[in-house]
Design a protein around this ligand. Structure first.
Ligand code: PLP
Length: 445
């Protein structure tokens, strides 16, 4: 027997760095748009992707997205469409639903929401009438726009009350949530956020919802992939409804899905179509089916576990750079860092100036590190400025980076953030290029 193991087939492996898409035909027919796509491919390959809501979809997912299913109208649901010729798209949607039901152990799944926001809109439409009360995490503490922001449907058509995190621990304060629920008697309680790095006690939320007679929505947009990979607890046994995005930790196409209890199935389905959406994006639904199958593989469990291990390593190393981890750490794929530091000294430039979230985001971007500013709980800075950064490890883990690389990344972030006048940019850029060269994303064909 040969002592040399056969190389793994990257294209068949949902976790490996895989080959990039082939835009050959588009280059000939529309060189301008092909140029944009190729430039974006190059940007993704040549810089570090640490935006917590992003992840690279596999070639199989991208193939389904770019398929002839985009041509098909299919208003309705499998077997109950308002158009002829739906046998193939029915098969795609049934596969997507069956795979999601098996992956998450849900009674019922609707795979048609175009996005996470569209999924949340449909849940509000199914469970509430305008003017009713919703209790959700306050936006400056990590909640999402669709959980009650002014300017969003949720804060405009519904009365929303925000629960804060504890000022001392920066964790959800379940006693406070219960007090607010008793005071306001909401019809819907939401947990699951955009910038909250710790595990959520779904059983505690269930008990509070039951006490006040509210429905419980768990918005798993961010952490659905970690649930699928079995590395954090599932909200499905506790929630009436779970919404998710398929493009974040789940690593599928841009899109949404709704899981719910059997008794809510028809209300949810009617709220998606015809109440809030028209024809489903069948190419995206086929791509969701591909992603659900990929997430059911044993390699995905390893991938999800490594995402969390990497997030912990990155967070600890960023603390060494003077950034304080909000709530003291992370249990998930993301971390929120307070640039003001533990003692208020925080991250400063050579001349001692403090750095805001907006400034830090800009300094990282010019050095080839993509991440985003974030409010920290009880932030004194304006929402467009902020005192924090949010980082996520889903993409770099897809590139097969591990803990030692997280320490390298933290050093690069620290150098970029402290670099007020841009003198360090060439050196940091060079090291970013070396790192992503060692762990390529979408290998050239
Ligand atoms: N819910 C949460 C908690 C999110 O973080 C997001 C997106 O960041 C969404 C919903 C909305 O997802 P989408 O951007 O697909 O509408």
């Amino acid at each position: 027997m040969s002592p040399i193991a056969a190389p793994r087939l990257h294209t068949a492996d949902p976790i490996a760095p895989f080959y990039g898409p082939d835009y050959g035909a588009l280059v000939r027919t529309d060189p301008q748009i092909a140029g944009v796509l190729l430039d974006e491919l190059e940007r993704q390959r040549s810089s570090l992707q640490l935006i917590a809501s992003e992840n690279p979809a596999s070639p199989a997912v991208l193939a389904a997205l770019g398929s002839v299913l985009s041509n098909k109208y299919a208003e309705g649901y499998p077997g109950r469409r308002y158009y002829g010729g739906c046998a193939q798209v029915d098969a795609a949607e049934r596969l997507a639903v069956d795979r999601a039901v098996a992956l998450f152990g849900a009674d019922h799944v609707n795979v048609q929401p175009h996005t996470g926001a569209a999924a949340n809109l449909a849940v509000f439409a199914a469970l509430l009438t305008p003017g009713e009360k919703v209790l959700a995490m306050a936006l400056p503490h990590g909640g999402h726009l669709t959980h009650g922001a002014q300017g969003n449907f949720s804060g405009t058509w519904f009365e929303t009350v925000g629960y804060p995190v504890s000022e001392q621990t920066e964790l959800i304060d379940y006693d406070r949530v219960r007090d607010l629920a008793r005071e306001h008697r909401p019809k819907l309680i939401i947990c699951g956020a955009t910038a909250y790095a710790r595990l959520i006690d779904f059983a505690a939320f269930r008990a509070i919802a039951d006490e006040v007679g509210a429905h419980l929505l768990v918005d798993a947009a961010h952490f659905a992939g970690l649930v699928a990979g079995g590395v954090i607890p599932s909200p499905v046994p506790y929630a009436d409804v779970v919404t998710l995005t398929t493009h974040k930790t789940l690593r599928g196409p841009r899109g949404g899905a709704i899981l719910c209890r059997a008794e809510l199935a028809s209300a949810i389905d009617r709220a998606v179509f015809p109440f809030t959406q028209g024809g489903p994006l069948m190419h995206a639904i086929a791509a969701k089916a591909v992603a659900f199958a990929e997430a059911a593989k044993p390699e995905f469990r390893e991938y999800a576990a490594q995402i969390v291990a990497n997030a912990r390593a990155l967070t600890e190393a960023l603390e060494q750079e003077g950034m304080r981890a909000v709530s003291g750490g992370t249990d998930t794929h993301l971390a929120v860092l307070d640039l003001r530091g533990r003692d208020g000294a925080g991250v400063r430039t050579a001349v001692g100036a403090k750095v805001t979230g907006r400034e830090a985001e800009m300094r990282c971007e010019r050095a080839g590190i993509m991440l985003n500013r974030s409010c920290v709980p009880y932030d004194s800075a304006k929402p467009m400025v902020t005192s924090g950064l949010r980082v996520g490890t889903a993409t770099v883990t897809a590139q097969r980076m591990k803990e030692p690389e997280m320490r390298r990344i933290a050093t690069l972030i620290g150098r970029a953030v402290r670099d007020a006048d841009g003198v360090a940019v060439p050196a940091v850029e060079k090291e970013v290029a070396e790192l992503v060269g060692e762990f390529p994303l979408y290998r050239p064909r």
